[in-house]
Design a protein around this ligand. Structure first.
Ligand code: F3S
Length: 391
């Protein structure tokens, strides 16, 4: 790999042990993937923030990085953690878990990372621009940033994104390069246009193609639709970039006439739905995967206003960011009559398996991960159908 003199000096340890470790990792990744050089990034978004997912080994790694003087050099944000910092007792979190979780947040903060802890940083705390190179590690967020914004990132892992954040650089390969951003398949989509149908569409496409760069026709996704599609495709497949004709910023530059076309309609959507529904009997309804936006909080509040929760046995979690929670206090008050409005955490990275075994969600991404990461059976429906269980 072609390294500048400054990059070589970091690799030789002249800027401290933390920066050296970071450079070793970025260079190693670059060699594996055939990068010719490093590229400057404008921001990073880090995963590996929940004590549930990183455990004591991850905590020790962060301790070592801080002890080695590691500091980020670009705007860096953090994914959801395992609990709401203020309401963890109501989430059935143990004091031991809480103590370690707070320590992890503190360590990230000491490295200069914004500890706002959301998987939708692009709605406020970390908004890349078209063409920016970034290093993001949250499959739904990075796919959204690549696709809906036109920024450029690979599907980074937590340590790779942290290393890039420290250096302000990442290895220049994969989706940083023009040739890898071309569509590989056309998706002719036929759905009802609801938010939930976009989630199922993403699920069906991930199931159909696995990876690659789908080019959609037949839909006009809003930010919220694209957010749930991105999460679904990244979970049921490994899609990190998609284009939508007439909507996403790079779509118009491609000629897709020679590509294979796959039709996704009623039958495929039903198969996606069936895969995500394994129970009719739930103990928890968890919304906000990816985190609820202000519009979604307002829509849910409008739907619930004037209604009453009759079934008190089922808990409800509305997962969002602190900034969204702060932006709509009136709607949050309505939601609080039905359940907990939780900030900076989610149903997947929280240790819910200690309390619940059956969870309802309107998110295909959560529908994929709740069984594998939280041992849950799932009910995956749109919000009004889920709420029928409690109203
Ligand atoms: Fe976000 Fe958790 Fe879903 S991190 S995308 S709400 S699994």
């Amino acid at each position: 790999m072609d390294l500048t003199r400054e990059e070589e000096s970091i690799l030789n340890g002249e800027k401290g042990a933390g920066a050296q470790k970071a450079m070793e990792l970025v260079v190693a990744l670059g060699k594996v993937y055939g990068a010719e050089n490093l590229v400057d990034i404008t921001s990073a978004h880090l995963s590996g923030a929940s004590y549930k997912t990183i455990g004591d080994g991850g905590l020790k790694y962060l301790e070592d990085m801080v002890a080695g003087g590691a500091k980020v050099s670009v705007l860096s944000t953090l994914n959801p953690v395992g609990m709401d910092r203020d309401r963890w007792k109501e989430m059935h979190i143990t004091p031991e878990f809480a103590e370690k979780q707070l320590r992890i947040i503190d360590l990230y903060g000491r490295m200069g990372i914004k500890t706002t802890c959301s998987c939708t940083p692009y709605t406020g705390d970390n908004v890349p621009k078209f063409g920016n190179h970034i290093a993001w590690a949250e499959s739904s967020a990075l796919s959204f940033a690549n696709s809906y914004i036109g920024a450029r990132t690979n599907r980074e892992g937590g340590p790779g994104a942290l290393a890039a954040a420290i250096l302000g650089k990442t290895a220049n390969y994969g989706l940083h390069l023009d040739e890898n951003r071309k569509p590989t398949v056309v998706i002719d989509a036929e759905i009802d246009g609801s938010l939930f149908s976009h989630s199922l569409l993403g699920q069906a496409v991930g199931m159909a193609i696995g990876g690659g760069v789908p080019y959609y026709r037949g839909i006009k996704p809003t930010l919220e639709d694209a957010k749930t599609m991105a999460g679904a495709m990244a979970a049921s497949g490994s899609v990190a970039l998609f284009h939508v004709e007439g909507t996403t910023p790079e779509a118009s530059k491609f000629d897709v006439s020679g590509l294979e076309t796959i039709h996704i309609g009623k039958e495929e959507i039903q198969a996606a739905y069936d895969k995500l529904n394994t129970t009719d009997d739930i103990q928890l309804i968890a919304l906000g995967c990816p985190h609820l936006t202000v519009k979604e909080v307002k829509d849910i509040a409008a739907f619930l206003k004037g209604k009453k929760k009759v079934n008190k046995d089922v808990e409800i979690w509305f997962c969002t960011s602190t900034s969204v929670r702060d932006q709509c206090p009136d709607e949050v008050r309505i939601l609080e009559q039905f359940g907990l409005v939780l900030a900076d955490t989610c149903m997947v990275v929280s240790p819910i398996e200690g309390t619940f075994q059956r969870t309802g969600t309107n998110s295909a991404k959560a529908g994929n991960y709740l069984p594998t990461l939280c041992s849950q059976k799932t009910m995956c429906r749109d919000i009004s159908a889920l709420m029928e269980v409690v109203l």
